[in-house]
Design a protein around this ligand. Structure first.
Ligand code: KG4
Ligand code: ZN
Length: 375
């Protein structure tokens, strides 16, 4: 009887341990010019925990061309993906066979780049006999603040990256309603192009902030397209043309700093105004007691933008949430984060899941691009 009792206790112990086992997710990212891998899990309280996050940027590969060259980017992903993934697994201290699922970015992005991380992730999942999860890169940015903040749906998201600029109402996992979008350039693109015109080496977007600190923000008057119309849609193309016109007349470094400062200030004013409009649209849609505003994507690393939008949130009684600076740009922890959420609701994908160069978060939203769009 004693033996039987002990046996039952052991079985119960194993069962509880298995039930309490926290999922371990491997995330892989290769949609543009960052090769990244990450292992995340949950702590005892059920909050996501990053065990490792390795990001290898291809800045040196593309520097001499002044922009990302798809063929070179893909080659570089192929060269590095296994090493970066191996490092992420080693740094996590987790044995490879303990991984519960593999999540890879499947889109949007450059197809030749996406294919590398996607195929690699599928191969690992297949060899480990574990589920494979295809991730939308933009959903990675959208959920990235969950890696360091408790966040509940619905929330308003301003996604500002190199390829996208949108206001979205995030209703739930995989459930997005677009409130506004850029009708031409993405904000990161506007930063990068302005940097290039000022002679800053690629990728220069983040340098604008540094230049701006040394300049006079009121020196140049720059346009704010569709500032008073078009709801919370945005436009940056006219700004770029204005910068180009001024750059041609610039002679000194001080004038460059002044132009960077004027550009930075104009962007702050546009984001402040348009976010305020988006707040109203979000409130009309959701009627929450307490509202949350999340700002994510590469441009969310801009400290002045963070400050201005935090102030707006204080004025408008919204909670402001930003991912930590190192998780604003492309990384695989955010991909694993979406993987973790999908794993918990068993949203798995087949191994023939295609790379999707275009993949909107709100697939019902109308296409809004180009001059002549009626707003
Ligand atoms: O999210 P991300 O890493 O890649 C995409 O998914 O596009 O965003 C990259 C963009 C680039 O355009 C880069 O210039 C911009 O984010 N960026 C910044 C800053 N840091 C990165 N823009 C303004 N200020 C920054 N501090
Ligand atoms: Zn990104």
């Amino acid at each position: 009887c004693f033996i039987l009792h002990t046996y039952i206790e052991i079985i119960l112990l194993i069962k509880t341990n298995l039930m309490n086992k926290k999922p371990i997710i491997l995330g892989i990212e290769s949609s543009c010019d960052e090769t990244a891998a990450s292992i995340i899990t949950e702590n005892k309280q059920g909050l996501p925990t990053i065990l490792s996050s390795v990001v290898s940027s291809q800045t040196d590969v593309h520097k001499e061309f002044g922009g990302v060259v798809p063929e070179l980017a893909a080659r570089s992903h192929i060269e590095k993906i296994d090493l970066i993934t191996k490092r992420a697994i080693e740094e996590s201290g987790i044995k490879m066979e303990k991984i519960d699922a593999v999540a890879s970015t499947a889109g949007p992005g450059l197809i030749v780049c996406l294919s590398v991380g996607l195929s690699f992730g599928k191969a690992i999942a297949f060899s480990l006999k574990k589920p494979f999860i295809a991730i939308n890169h933009l959903e990675g940015h959208a959920l990235s603040p969950m890696l360091n903040s408790e966040l509940s749906y619905p929330y308003l998201l301003l996604l500002i990256s190199g390829g996208h600029t949108q206001f979205l109402s995030v209703q739930g996992l995989g459930n997005y309603k677009r409130l506004g979008t850029t009708i031409d350039d993405a904000l990161g693109e506007a930063f990068d192009k302005t940097a290039k015109m000022l002679g800053i080496e690629f990728p220069g977007g983040s340098q604008i902030e540094e230049y701006a600190k040394k300049g006079d923000p009121n020196k140049y008057e720059l346009p704010k397209p569709i500032f008073y119309k078009g709801g919370c849609n945005l436009s940056f193309a006219g700004l770029k043309t204005a910068v180009l016109r001024i750059v041609k007349q610039i002679k000194t470094d001080q004038e460059k700093y002044d132009l960077a400062a004027s550009f930075q200030k104009t962007i702050e004013e546009i984001l402040y105004k348009k976010s305020k409009v988006a707040f109203e649209e979000f409130k009309r849609l959701n009627k929450e007691k307490k509202n949350t505003f999340v700002v994510a994507g590469g441009v969310a690393a801009n400290k002045r933008i963070r400050e201005v939008l935090t102030n707006l949130c204080e004025e408008e009684n919204f909670d402001a949430i930003f991912p930590p600076i190192n998780l604003c740009g492309d990384n695989a922890a955010m991909i694993a984060m979406v993987g973790l959420k999908k794993f918990k609701v068993k949203q798995f994908n087949d191994l023939d899941y295609p790379a999707k160069p275009r993949w909107a978060l709100d697939e019902n939203a109308a296409f809004l691009k180009g001059a002549g769009v009626k707003l």
